[in-house]
Design a protein around this ligand. Structure first.
Ligand code: 13P
Length: 253
């Protein structure tokens, strides 16, 4: 049985003070919800204060990026070793990093390996662009992203894959749940091909314009184990509602 997982990707939003205030508001409602793993991924600078605030909480933290080297002359970068006392997860391969910062599959693979080596868990994002979708290349693109990012990576029990079609991110237009489930099913088959039957136990999230109004329709699907939420995860009332709806749809509440 795969434990559902909902993660909030705050992207480049919130000052430290705002991040603390949001977590203080969401903490109580989120902690009441059982059976769903809850993750908040704030900007780097808020990880330290939030790790203190959540030290005995069921809410876990994630970073939004990392460099692959452990230490050295890499001005401006953050190493996995610096993160491992502060958080549990690291988002890797997000389409915004691929698109705006030129991250390619090789770099993402180096980051996945470094994160795993440090004992952190990747939330590995994959997804096609609108054009690739139109050309009927979704499976080709997603399959390549997965196989390359996971090259020479042994199966991590806590690994999370996020299927985020680029055309659905921040647009208010989500994918259809059936279509998203098809691709998540494809991702599961690739994981099985890479890792055997145990690979099928990896949790797969859907991401892209998830809200409290549409989340239930996604997690009712067989292959969708939760969501990676952008904009709506900054809303202190809506994010706990999303997690609550996941618990209800999965029959946990
Ligand atoms: P939105 O939920 O704002 O569409 O963002 C999705 C996303 O990119 C999460 O990583």
């Amino acid at each position: 049985m795969r434990i559902p997982i909902v993660a909030g990707n705050w992207k480049m939003n919130t000052s430290v003070a705002e991040a603390i205030s949001k977590v203080e508001s969401m903490k109580g409602p989120l902690e009441k919800i059982e059976g769903v793993d809850k993750v908040i991924c704030p900007p780097f600078v808020s990880l330290f204060p939030l790790s203190n605030l959540l030290s005995s909480s069921s809410i876990k933290l994630g970073a939004q990026n990392v460099y692959f080297e452990e230490k050295g002359a890499f001005t401006g970068e953050i190493s996995p070793l610096m993160l491992k006392d502060l958080c549990t997860y690291v988002i890797l391969g997000h389409s915004e990093r691929r698109g705006y910062f030129g991250e390619d599959d090789e770099l993402i693979n180096l980051k996945v390996r470094a994160v795993v080596k440090a004992g952190l868990l990747p939330i590995l994002c994959v997804g096609e662009s609108g054009e690739e979708k139109k050309e009927g290349r979704t499976e080709e693109v997603v399959g390549r992203q997965l196989r390359m990012a996971l090259r020479e990576v042994s199966l991590q029990p806590g690994l999370v894959i996020a299927y985020e079609p680029i055309w659905a991110i921040g647009k208010g237009i989500a994918a259809s749940p059936e279509k998203a489930d098809d691709i998540c099913g494809f991702i599961r088959r690739v994981l099985q091909e890479l890792y055997g039957d145990e690979g099928k136990e990896t949790r797969i999230q859907y991401g892209g314009s998830v809200t409290e109004d549409n989340i239930s329709s996604f997690v009712r699907e067989e292959n969708i184990d939760g969501a990676l939420v952008g904009g709506a995860s900054l809303e202190v009332e809506e994010f706990p509602h999303i997690v609550q709806k996941v618990a209800e749809a999965k029959g946990l509440k």
